[in-house]
Design a protein around this ligand. Structure first.
Ligand code: ADP
Length: 401
């Protein structure tokens, strides 16, 4: 079955057409600046160069119609007509406590996702716009929603309840939800396969270190702890997000700098993290270059990042009372051997040791610990789109039974 995977944001849309039997990408690309002047469309057929064109995209429906046109285009397309697309898999960010697994999208499901909009005001409404645009253009094609939060619904209450009055959980659903669930699920499962471990018994810590970053403790195939919270602002120091801070900072700065809540939230989401500490960039490549040039603030940003990751990994070893494997994924995790080595240096006490030569690898699956390392350390590139395609196929296959 050919599955179209859609990841729709407020002004951008990423897509991949995946052959789910061969698990191969047939074509992929990106719509950018949707609803903004100068919209761009990128299309890349497998094995060919990217084609970038400027095409007006006043709304998401137009963007999706351009994607469908490109996929069926006589010269450069990969399918003859839309009936070849067996299903569409949508990345949906927040499913609250309503969705612990991927689900067939119905009118009822859309209503429930909408009820979670307050929890993810930047993401959920945009995701739903993408779903509705696809449903209009492909009314007969089954659509499946795959939630970033779903994998973490197995967390026990002691991990997800905040230390604030319980009524705010009951009334307003304030709790830890966690994100990047599709990536944590994919990477932890793949890790068990690579190491020949029984996934239902293994203790795996996944470090998803990208521009947004989170860590997940996966015990017996289930998320039992993760570093993001009610929102993706919590936990690690990220590209531009602060991660964990004392909530008292907000009132203190609000008064001292005369900042509104909105200004404080913008500062914490967009001007903090690696960018905020270094004063240079949110991109680790720029930070590494600045460190080479002797920039101390860049060095501090990286040290804070590594320290925070190590603190969480250490905590999660305690949560699971042990660990079989620590895995790195996403932009930084897949491409920065230096950061991986510095993080793992903290875990000699559990018997985790990096092999410098094996660690000199980027963007491909590898065991990077020494042969005698008791705890295995791995690099496993994430593939959220493939995971979405797999879930979509499983649900659509179930319908046809
Ligand atoms: P997201 O999906 O959250 O936007 P990614 O997983 O694509 O993020 O990660 C993006 C980040 O990965 C970049 O900001 C950059 O800091 C980091 N990155 C990418 N390539 C490298 C590299 N070669 N060395 C160090 N960091 C890298």
């Amino acid at each position: 079955m050919k599955i179209l995977v859609i990841n729709c944001g407020s002004s951008s849309l990423k897509y991949q057409l995946i052959d789910s039997e061969a698990e191969q990408v047939l074509a992929k690309g990106l719509c950018e600046r949707i609803g903004i002047e100068g919209s761009m469309f990128t299309y890349q057929k497998a094995g060919c160069d990217k084609v970038v064109t400027q095409i007006d995209q006043p709304d998401h429906k137009k963007s999706i119609s351009i994607v469908l046109e490109a996929l069926t285009n006589k010269e450069n397309g990969v399918i003859a007509d839309l009936s070849e697309i067996g299903a569409v898999g949508h990345r949906l960010v927040h499913g609250g406590e309503e969705f612990a697994a991927s689900t067939l999208i119905t009118d009822e499901v859309i209503k429930v996702v909408e009820s979670c909009n307050d929890l993810a005001p930047l993401h959920n409404p945009a995701n739903i716009i993408g779903v509705n645009a696809c449903r209009e253009l492909m009314p007969e094609t089954p659509m499946v929603g795959v939630f970033d939060t779903a994998f973490h619904q197995t967390m026990p209450a002691e991990a997800f309840i905040y230390g604030i009055p319980y009524e705010y959980y009951k009334k307003d659903k304030v709790r830890k939800y966690g994100f990047h669930g599709t990536s944590h699920a994919f990477v932890s499962k793949r890790t068990a396969e690579i190491l020949g471990l029984d996934y239902d018994k293994a203790k795996i810590i996944v470090c998803h270190l990208g521009n947004g970053a989170s860590i997940c403790a996966v015990d017996g195939g289930k998320s039992v702890e993760t570093s993001m919270g009610l929102t993706p602002l919590m936990g690690l120091v990220m590209g531009t997000r602060s991660g964990e801070i004392d909530p008292g900072v907000m009132e203190y700065l609000g008064k001292k700098e005369n900042m509104s809540f909105e200004e404080i939230m913008t500062m914490l989401n967009k001007k903090s993290g690696i960018l905020g500490i270094s004063g240079i960039s949110s991109d680790f490549r720029d930070i590494d270059a600045a460190i080479e040039d002797g920039n101390e603030q860049a060095k501090l940003a990286k040290d804070v990042f590594v320290h925070r990751v190590a603190s969480y990994v250490g905590a999660y070893i305690a949560v699971m009372n042990g660990v079989d494997a620590i895995v790195f994924t996403a932009g930084v995790g897949e491409n920065d051997p230096g950061a991986r080595a510095e993080i793992i240096e903290h875990f000699g006490y559990v018997g985790a040791y990096i092999d410098a030569e094996k660690n000199n690898v980027r963007g491909k699956e590898a065991v990077i610990s020494t042969d005698d390392s008791k705890v295995k350390v791995l690099l496993v590139p994430t593939n959220e789109e493939l995971m979405i395609a797999r879930d979509t196929k499983a649900i659509v296959d179930g319908l046809n039974k």
